[in-house]
Write a protein that binds this ligand. Structure first.
Ligand SMILES: Cc1cc2nc3c(=O)[nH]c(=O)nc-3n(C[C@H](O)[C@H](O)[C@H](O)COP(=O)(O)OP(=O)(O)OC[C@H]3O[C@@H](n4cnc5c(N)ncnc54)[C@H](O)[C@@H]3O)c2cc1C
Ligand code: SF4
Ligand code: SF4
Ligand code: SF4
Length: 350
């Protein structure tokens, strides 16, 4: 009797499991997914790391939601296959207002505005900012104006998925989520496990290319030491032709990208996804001019939205023949391979 009881005993996981396996081990991507799925709101982000702030009821949700934990615990990992590439475009918005506020060609913002206006989505989880670009602010937005205000890349680590629970609490039925590859991978994991009802509530995942992101404090310190400028002065950051560019109202401060390596966010060293492989649409800028985008259509849902924006005449696009992908986007594929080659492996759990 007692032996059959013990053989049925299921190992329960809790915050301590996540803490030991990911957070204290230095593997956290700081995505914020674990915060959102905790049913008793016991996790908060402190200095970009999850912290237990009240009782843990050992439900295991945070452990399930953490794609990095799941990668370490390979035997528990449910199959999650990256999406293929259906089509690739170069594109740019035709909306001058969006164009003036966007990071590159404004494709992400244009698609969100279009989808909201057409009722294809009823909200968009994006990443705006608090007072400076070094303080990203996750926002669940309902209006096209709000989406436009939140345009532009924040090149520091963002706990964007802490806002996922708002999709449930505000009863969204078809939200879009914009994020870098770690956000999209965690979100996909959560949808697969069925937490927060997101498998029904998220209609679209828009991914951003991401080679790596930066630690807020280290990047602030870098610009203070190198250029003697404060975070408040910086109105845009950009990465172009091997340079990191900090833009103020009056100046452009450029520095070789490799000089900023010391400000990398530690958790990014364990990331192997450059082109948001789990997204419906992935958007980047590498290999095209600074005010255009590379757009990778990965699913039928992504294709429908993109085609509809083209039909409405919202975008200037060039579709690239698959036979020309390697020639035109050699750099994208090269960096994709490089990221997978240079990634520090996440060791399997004992
Ligand atoms: C950390 C980071 C690293 C990147 N690295 C690369 C790279 O190596 N190569 C490359 O080609 N492109 C990279 N990008 C993507 C690039 O900066 C643009 O976001 C992309 O080209 C889309 O341009 P757009 O004009 O359509 O964007 P916009 O229309 O301006 O929209 C950008 C959207 O991104 C959201 N966003 C901004 N910052 C973040 C963030 N930190 N986390 C989640 N969402 C955010 C905004 O809310 C907005 O909805 C990176 C982006 C980020 C945030
Ligand atoms: S209650 Fe569940 S989700 Fe919250 S910390 Fe504990 S195990 Fe994690
Ligand atoms: S990677 Fe994301 S889900 Fe995992 S511990 Fe860090 S913040 Fe939480
Ligand atoms: S490099 Fe990976 S872990 Fe780091 S911000 Fe980009 S997608 Fe996330």
């Amino acid at each position: 009797m007692s032996s059959s009881k013990s053989s049925r005993k299921v190992k329960r996981t809790n915050f301590a499991t996540l803490s030991k396996g990911i957070i204290k081990a230095g593997y956290c991507a700081s995505c914020g997914a674990c915060v959102s799925v905790c049913p008793v709101n016991s996790i908060e982000m402190h200095n970009d790391l999850p912290k237990l702030v009240s009782t843990c009821i050992s439900c295991g949700a945070c452990v399930d939601a953490c794609y990095r934990f799941q990668k370490r615990e390979k035997q528990k990992q449910a199959a999650m296959n990256p999406n293929d590439i259906l089509e690739i475009y170069t594109a740019r918005t035709k909306d001058e207002n969006i164009y003036s506020q966007a990071q590159n060609g404004g494709v992400v913002t244009t698609l969100l505005v279009h989808a909201l206006k057409e009722g294809m989505i009823d909200g968009a989880l994006i990443t705006g900012q608090y007072s400076t670009l070094f303080e990203p602010k996750p926002l669940l937005i309902n209006s096209p104006e709000g989406v436009i205000q939140g345009a532009g890349s924040k090149y520091v680590i963002s706990n964007s998925l802490t806002k996922l629970d708002a999709i449930r609490t505000s009863h969204k039925k078809k939200a879009a989520v914009v994020g870098v590859p770690c956000h999209i991978e965690s979100l996909t994991r959560i949808m697969q496990f069925g937490y927060l009802g997101l498998e029904h509530r998220v209609a679209l995942k828009i991914g951003l290319f991401c080679m790596h992101s930066y630690d807020k404090n280290l990047l602030k310190q870098f610009v203070a030491d190198k250029f003697n400028i404060s975070p408040e002065q910086i109105i845009k950051m950009d990465i172009d032709k091997g340079k990191f560019i900090f833009i103020t109202e009056t100046e452009k401060y450029k520095v070789k990208l490799s000089e900023v390596d010391s400000a990398f966010y530690n958790g990014c060293h364990y990331c192997s996804d450059f082109t948001a492989e789990y997204a419906d649409i992935a958007v980047g800028n590498i290999g095209v001019d600074a005010k255009s985008n590379v757009v990778v259509i990965r699913t039928q849902k992504g294709k429908e939205l993109f085609d509809s924006a083209i039909e409405k005449g919202l975008l200037d696009v060039t579709m690239i023949d698959p036979q020309e992908w390697e020639a035109k986007f050699g750099l994208v594929f090269k960096l994709e391979k490089r990221k997978k080659k240079e990634v520090k492996p996440l060791p399997p759990l004992d």
